[in-house]
Write a protein of this length. Structure first.
Ligand SMILES: CCCO[C@@H]1O[C@H](CO)[C@@H](O[C@@H]2O[C@H](CO)[C@H](O)[C@H](OCc3cn(Cc4ccccc4)nn3)[C@H]2O)[C@H](O)[C@H]1NC(C)=O
Length: 138
């Protein structure tokens, strides 16, 4: 099978701008992740909805990755995603925090501290069970 997902680099997204991702969650999805930061090993946010994965059921795991080391997980039980449904996710940030707004299927905002002091998002990747339909930079 082809590995799922995509990697975008040299993005230069600044505070106040947002990355708007639209896509579909397959009906048999187990887990997907949106990663953003400086590079694959230097992530301000690993946003990882788990439908059934790592012993977790329907929970969003957020974490940072610095020099290849995971930080402390933030576990969010408010879970807006549904198997087989479209999803619309807008990511923005400032010096204090990153904000993930899920506009589909639920309306939900999730905040995560900007532990890296990130000033621009250069790197964005999608991994796992999420079929990207569009990415817009607003
Ligand atoms: C109870 C003691 C062990 O704790 C467990 O430790 C695991 C290993 O650190 C934690 O799982 C890791 O959590 C990280 C976030 O904190 C990341 O999610 C680690 O996965 C990285 C990763 C991305 N990918 C690509 C990918 C992503 C999504 C779907 C498909 C492929 N493959 N591995 C994932 O392996 C897992 O979240 C954690 N569970 C708890 C309850 O704390």
């Amino acid at each position: 099978p082809h590995p799922q997902g995509m990697v975008l680099t040299h993005l230069n997204v600044h505070p106040g701008e947002c990355i708007a991702v639209k896509g579909t969650v397959p009906p048999d999805a187990k887990s997907f992740a949106l990663n953003m930061g400086r590079a694959g090993s230097d992530l301000a946010l690993h946003f990882n909805p788990r439908f059934e994965s790592h012993g977790d059921t329907c929970i969003i795991i957020c974490n940072s990755l610095q020099g290849g080391e995971w930080g402390e997980e933030q576990r969010e039980p408010d879970f807006p995603f549904q198997l087989g449904q479209d999803a619309k996710i807008c990511i923005s940030f400032n010096d204090q925090e990153l904000t993930v707004a899920v506009a589909l299927p639920g309306e939900q905002q999730l905040k995560f501290p900007n532990r890296l002091g990130l000033e621009a998002i250069e790197f964005f990747s999608v991994e796992g069970d999420f079929r990207v339909k569009s990415i817009k930079f607003k």
